[in-house]
Design a protein around this ligand. Structure first.
Ligand code: GLV
Ligand code: MN
Ligand code: MN
Length: 433
């Protein structure tokens, strides 16, 4: 980090520039009512009607705020406020509006509406900006539908290769590639979605922590150093469906038993490597399809989704290789067939080193307790970091719970996060050079 940036990180924060908390919380609430289900859960799977409606509402809010709105072919939304030089690289801030199945209200929308509120505040207060600022909503950050995460930001950052899409299929057999072509996005046009890195000055993302650290340490803000990235596989065991009453135990080719053994092994391998490596390794089988899936038939086919993550690329690759070889051993021993389909494997990403002290400086000036920490969850920032300086601000998650209707962040914590985002955006916009 150069000295000038260090100096700027110390400049006092404008006292008068404050976000409109009521408006921020009102819009957040309006978004969370789209896709609302039982027990306050939210379901807005990528490219579903509900998710589309949430994006339409955002376009409305951006237009109402007087921002220049642009939607790219895949559905990424940009709301721009120009500065003195409209051709200067823009400071981007945002997140996503899609959700997991039966998720919470905060994962994603806090960052999108928080950024919108920050930009509205700049506009209303007629703050002189040297460069444009943009609110961005990325499409398809969650992998819940296709097993493919950070779709919109990956495309924007030029990170999607043709072969990445091949194995991305939803639970109903719909291929991601087919959904994209129905929107006029084809393999040979993927590259056209890439944004010119020279048009971006930095990317900032406000997000809920989705873990227990801030609450446990009584900190209000997290400043993110690095993001763990997933390696994802689809593993398919194919045995023989047969009668559950007549087939002797030693004559069975039960695909689900093979899957169960592999699931238990994934847990064992991740626990072992978490202890050995400094980097935590986590592994999850979050979805499984069994055929024929009835009480009186031996499962002939079991298809599992495997998600392995770590901040350490080495540890993650090691565990992924062990899982693959154990799957082969299980299949061979049980004389059933096995297919391993890689979905995507990504490198953990370090966030920008100059943005971290800048955010830290703001927290210190305001006497806000903060924590410098890595992120175990994936975020659009990990793709944006490949084309620009990327920084993330976390706000606490009650009991660390996320991807659940119990996800909760107190309104005042969300507002504080949005205020820090606003001040960070302003300082980054004003950085020289
Ligand atoms: C996004 O929430 C993820 O799965 O990490
Ligand atoms: Mn999520
Ligand atoms: Mn998220």
């Amino acid at each position: 980090m150069n000295l000038r940036r260090r100096e700027e990180a110390r400049q006092p924060v404008s006292k008068s520039l404050a976000i409109n908390k009521r408006r921020l919380l009102g819009d957040l609430n309006a978004i969370s009512r789209i896709g609302l289900g039982d027990h306050g859960s939210v379901t807005r799977l990528v490219f579903s009607i509900k998710e589309l409606r949430s994006r339409q509402l955002l376009i409305h809010l951006m237009t109402q705020a007087g921002l220049k709105v642009h939607v790219d072919r895949i559905g990424n939304i940009f709301g721009r406020l120009n500065g003195a030089n409209p051709n200067a690289p823009a400071v981007l801030a945002g997140s996503h509006l899609d959700s997991v199945v039966h998720g919470g209200k905060f994962d994603g929308p806090v960052g999108v509406i928080g950024a919108l509120e920050a930009v509205r505040t700049l506009k209303e207060n007629k703050v002189a900006l040297p460069c444009p600022v943009e609110v961005v909503c990325f499409v398809g950050e969650e992998s819940s539908r296709f097993g493919f995460s950070t779709l919109g930001s990956s495309l924007l950052a030029g990170q999607v290769r043709m072969q990445d899409l091949t194995n991305a299929v939803d639970a109903h057999g719909t291929k991601l590639e087919d959904v994209l072509s129905s929107m006029g996005v084809y393999r040979d046009t993927l590259a056209s979605l890439k944004r010119d890195p020279d048009s971006v000055k930095a990317y900032l993302e406000l997000h809920i922590e989705q873990g227990p650290v801030l609450e446990a340490k009584k900190k209000k803000i997290g400043i993110v150093t690095a993001i763990a990235a997933p390696t994802r596989l689809r593993v398919v065991f194919t045995g023989q469906a047969d009668h559950s009453g007549t087939t002797p135990m030693e004559m069975r080719k039960d695909a689900l038993v093979a899957a169960a053994l592999l699931i238990a092994y994934i847990e064992e391998a991740c626990r072992k490597y978490s202890k050995m490596e400094n980097g935590r390794v986590v592994g999850t089988v979050g979805a499984m399809k069994i055929e024929p899936g009835v009480i009186n038939a031996i499962p002939g086919k079991a298809e599992l989704s495997v998600d392995i993550r770590s901040i350490s690329a080495k540890a993650k690759q090691r565990v992924a290789r062990l899982v693959e070889s154990r799957a082969r051993e299980i299949a061979a021993k049980r004389k059933i067939s096995l297919e391993i389909l890689p979905i995507r494997s990504e490198e953990p990403v370090a966030l920008d080193e100059s943005l971290l002290p800048l955010i830290e400086g703001i927290c210190k000036e305001k006497n806000i307790p903060y924590e410098i920490m890595p992120s175990g969850a994936g975020h659009d920032a990990m793709q944006m970091a490949k084309i620009t300086r990327a920084g993330m601000i976390f706000v606490p998650s009650k009991k660390g719970i996320s991807h659940s209707p119990l996800e909760w962040t107190a309104p005042e914590e969300i507002c504080l996060g949005a205020q820090i985002l606003l001040e960070t955006m302003l300082r980054v916009a004003n950085e020289q050079g």
